[in-house]
Design a binder for this molecule. Structure first.
Ligand SMILES: C[S@@+](CC[C@H](N)C(=O)[O-])C[C@H]1O[C@@H](n2cnc3c(N)ncnc32)[C@H](O)[C@@H]1O
Length: 252
């Protein structure tokens, strides 16, 4: 398995039936604009004597209806590849989360809903006109509720009574977004933190299981899967993403 340059739709048709333990999709969010490498990340890489993978991808559909239809076609095409014990996670934000939850109810079944995870990331700007938007949404659905794999992740306890101990993670995932100065940052736009993906992969796939990310970008999910001893397969339409992901995987 590995990373291929392909549209999610074509990639889905190459997956074996009932082979996937965890499908994680972090698609474009339909922001209505292209996503670019942050300038601060380019500067930070330059100061370290390296270069950031400067690139962009288009993240705009004419209407929300067309965006959801794009997602539906690909999600439906991937479902035959899921194991009965498998989990499906879609990562999105306030722009489309209400549509995506309904789409997952339709494709997987509302009774397959497991969690609405909130990734609370802290960093970034804020508007004077509304509460600062500081979270993404990740919907977790299973294929068969009685057979679904789940291993509750543990996080550091915060209360004084449990100081130094761990507790079961809640559905609010407090993971900082990647600092522009961080060595983890590849320069690929909208790169997600490895700590977040390690938590999701550890919780939603068994050791040795197959983890699939069809919009893999810089390859964060695949790197997390490799580190945790899972088999992985990913695709992206953007050749720059495939190059970054392959380089990260070679160094993992
Ligand atoms: C939000 S980014 C993924 C970021 C990734 N999770 C990371 O940590 O780097 C979405 C990715 O979807 C890719 N993409 C857009 N349309 C696609 C399609 N039809 N098939 C596969 N990938 C696609 C984009 O090129 C982009 O890299």
């Amino acid at each position: 398995m590995g990373v291929v340059k392909a549209d999610w739709l074509g990639f889905a048709s190459t997956l074996d039936k009932a082979s996937v333990d965890m499908l994680y999709v972090d698609p474009p969010f339909n922001t209505g604009r292209s996503q670019y490498t942050p300038v601060k990340a380019k500067m930070a890489a330059w100061r370290r004597g390296t270069t950031a993978a400067t690139t962009k991808y288009v993240d705009a559909w004419p209407t929300m209806v067309e965006y959801v239809a794009w997602l539906r076609e690909r999600l439906v095409a991937t479902m035959p590849a899921m194991k009965v014990s498998g989990n499906v996670l879609i990562h999105c934000d306030w722009r489309a989360s209400h549509h995506i939850r309904l789409l997952m109810d339709e494709v997987l079944g509302a009774d397959r809903f497991v969690n609405h995870l909130v990734w609370a990331y802290g960093l970034g700007g804020s508007s004077p006109r509304c509460f600062a938007r500081k979270h993404d949404d990740i919907f977790l659905y299973c294929v068969e509720p009685e057979k679904a794999f789940f291993q509750a992740p543990r996080v550091a306890a915060t209360s004084r009574r449990l100081a130094g101990k761990t507790k079961k993670a809640t559905d609010v995932l407090d993971v900082p977004s990647i600092n522009n100065m961080s060595r983890e940052r590849t320069g690929y736009p909208t790169q997600k933190p490895l700590a977040l993906l390690e938590m999701l992969v550890g919780a939603c796939s068994p050791a040795g299981g197959l983890v699939v990310d069809p919009c893999c970008g810089s390859g964060t999910t695949l790197v997390a899967a490799k580190k945790l001893g899972r088999v992985f397969a990913g695709s992206d339409v953007n050749p720059a993403a495939v190059a970054v992901a392959r380089k990260r995987l070679a160094n993992t």
